[in-house]
Ligand binder design. Structure first.
Ligand code: GDP
Length: 197
């Protein structure tokens, strides 16, 4: 299924324009510049659909993509973008929060964390919210190619330790690099299981 084209079908700036949930959904969240677009591209082997931009935080809509009419991948706008206007920032953070806590059909949220930076306050905020709404989520450590394997493993263990008392977290931390391709197959098979391909 991941060999198929990722087909963009909706963008939403507010909850009233979310498309009706007809497919199982997997959402991708994380700070701006965490490597979300690159990961979506690497997962689906399709270059050019999800735009990789140099300027972080440009995506201010929730974007919905269909994968072979079996699964919906949801690209949530990156948060923590330092130079966005305050009111714009609030609006899209509210949108992300509303989506992850109320969306019917949402099977999982992949929370992306940059290997270099680790988890930040905004990540914990989102996690708290998902815990409260009992939304299943997993942590995906990105850009693992930038660090030594031992440091990547250490980072993953640290995250696991931080979240060990949480209830809605699922699966161990998945370590990926969109650049080298490491971990992409693992993540694909985790996601395929959710969608029951
Ligand atoms: P987004 O803002 O979360 O969608 O992040 P992007 O996918 O646009 O990536 C942000 C920056 O990180 C870009 O300069 C990418 O080239 C870089 N990047 C993304 N994935 C990787 C990776 O796996 N390894 C490395 N070294 N850089 C990456």
């Amino acid at each position: 299924v991941f060999r198929n084209k990722l087909e963009f079908f909706a963008a939403a700036k507010m909850s009233s324009s979310f498309p009706s949930p007809t497919l199982p959904e997997i959402a991708f969240a994380g700070r701006s510049n965490v490597g979300k677009s690159s990961l979506l591209n690497a997962l689906t082997r399709q270059w050019g659909v999800v735009r990789v931009s140099d300027k972080p935080g440009l995506t201010q809509t929730i974007n919905f993509f269909k994968l072979a009419s079996k699964l919906c991948l949801v690209d949530l706008p990156g948060y923590g973008f330092a130079y966005a206007k305050e009111e714009v920032k609030e609006n899209w953070e509210e949108l992300v929060k509303e989506f992850v806590s109320t969306r019917v059909g949402l099977q999982r949220v992949c929370l992306l964390v940059d290997t270099k930076w680790g988890m930040k306050a905004r990540d914990f905020e989102l996690i708290e919210l998902m815990e409260r709404s009992k939304t299943p989520y997993q942590i995906v450590l990105t850009k693992t190619d930038i660090a030594f394997p031992i440091d990547v493993a250490r980072r993953a263990m640290q995250i696991q330790e931080n979240l060990k008392n949480n209830k809605s977290i699922i699966d161990p931390v998945v370590m990926v690099s969109s650049k080298s391709g490491a971990g992409i197959r693992t993540l694909r098979s985790v996601l395929a299981k959710i969608a029951r391909f």
